[in-house]
Design a protein around this ligand. Structure first.
Ligand code: PLP
Length: 396
């Protein structure tokens, strides 16, 4: 059996996305800035995609800037918020310890440019509180950036409440919604979101394309220099096929969102129930305030890397946390932020389910994980020490 269970890393492009893209790659290759008809047709496709992406999150077409993906949208949002604040003498930025590195590293760069950054601690359940945001606000706070849903542990944040707070206090609010768009219902106006990042490949669109929503009146700050594309806000010849593919994928995801979310979260809960039968295992993050497809666990006495390789042998594609940190030996900053000690943070497993997941596949995964964990523990010196009482279990 082959099961792709790493949808938080990337998703398979949908048939709808491919059907939108292929004719544009083959025939509709014109440059939208060209005046002849093939260029103008590409321009129409581009503007149609903008309207569809805007509609999917309750925005206006003029509020959407296409980017090369989530990382660029995050970078642009943070630079926009920071420098709009700086123009008014506000140089304090608030974010959280468990953001994606696109946000954390952009903040680190802004710190070097003279901004002051407060990163909020994360409670054990992986859900940021509005009170913690409020407590960190200062008269010189320019921007609050809190991710919509965490990419490792899948916890969904109280975005509307944080949006309302920021609106009341006159502070800009950005959310990295890369994991949420297409998976949970979003309305940027109702939720008081000033800026939002999304990425095509996280909802069955292509890679290398994303969008930044900036509320009317917020002019995105350039992070790339060049021509007048995207009204000068994001120079570079538009990737029209990818943009059209992203718009088609997003429209489809939003059209089927309620039934997909219900189905996938039922499968997720079945998976969680199956895996938590393993002794000394725990779910990371709140069981309910989480993305429909995300299940993330820690196990005592094993290393994630061996678990992932043995799962791959059985046809299961999974990850230990973020795709961006695999290959590094540091434990996940997200698991550290929710207070998981090294001892168990190194034994984590993220399974992120797609809409086509079946109960049979879920049971196969749970069974494979249980068998492999048992096998690895039988060979683990740490597990032996735990069993002999030479060290203490973190997870009972
Ligand atoms: C994947 C991801 C990103 C980066 O998006 P890219 O399009 O791969 O650059 C940013 N933030 C979160 C939460 C993500 O999951």
């Amino acid at each position: 059996m082959q099961i792709y269970a790493d949808n938080a890393a990337t998703t398979r492009p949908s048939r709808t996305a491919l059907d939108a893209m292929i004719p544009l790659l083959e025939e509709g290759f014109g440059n939208p800035s060209s005046l002849y008809s093939i260029g103008q047709r590409a321009k129409e496709v581009l503007e149609d995609a903008r309207a569809r992406v805007a509609k999917a999150i309750g925005a206006l077409p003029a509020e959407i800037t296409f980017t090369s993906g989530g990382s660029e949208a995050d970078t642009q949002a943070l630079y926009t918020g920071a420098y709009l604040g700086a123009a008014k003498g506000k140089k304090h930025l608030i974010s959280t310890k468990f953001e994606h590195h696109a946000v954390l590293h952009a903040l680190a760069a802004l710190e070097k440019e003279g901004f002051e950054v407060t990163l909020l601690d994360i409670p054990e359940d992986g859900v940021v509180t509005v009170e913690s945001v409020e407590a960190a606000l200062r008269p010189d706070t320019a921007l609050v950036s809190v991710m919509y849903a965490n990419n490792e542990i899948g916890t969904v944040q109280p975005i509307a409440a944080i949006g309302a707070l920021c609106k009341e206090k006159g502070v800009l609010f950005h959310t990295d919604a890369v994991q949420a768009v297409g998976h949970v219902a979003i309305d940027v106006k109702a939720q008081d979101i000033d800026m939002l990042s999304m990425s095509g490949h996280k909802f069955h669109g292509p890679k290398g394309v994303g969008a930044l929503y900036c509320r009317r009146g917020i002019l995105p700050r350039n992070v790339i220099y060049g021509g007048a594309q995207e009204r000068g806000r994001r120079p570079g010849t538009e990737n029209v096929p990818a943009i059209a593919g992203m718009a088609a994928a997003l429209e489809e995801a939003v059209a089927h969102l309620p039934e997909n979310a219900a189905k996938v979260s039922a499968m997720r809960d079945r998976l969680i129930e199956g895996i938590l039968r393993i002794p000394h295992s725990a779910l990371n993050g709140d069981a309910e305030k989480r993305l429909p497809g995300n299940a993330n666990f820690c196990f005592e006495g094993i290393e994630s890397e061996s678990l992932l390789l043995l799962l791959d042998d059985r046809g299961i594609s999974a990850s230990s946390g973020s795709a961006c940190t695999s290959g590094s030996l540091d434990p996940s900053h997200v698991l550290m932020a929710i207070g998981r000690p090294h001892q168990v943070a190194n034994g984590s497993l993220r399974l992120t389910l797609g809409e086509d997941i079946t109960a049979e596949q879920v049971d196969y995964i749970a069974e494979a994980v249980a068998e492999i964990v048992e096998r690895l523990r039988a060979m683990s010196p740490l597990w032996r020490d735990l069993q002999e009482g030479k060290c203490q279990y973190v997870i009972q």
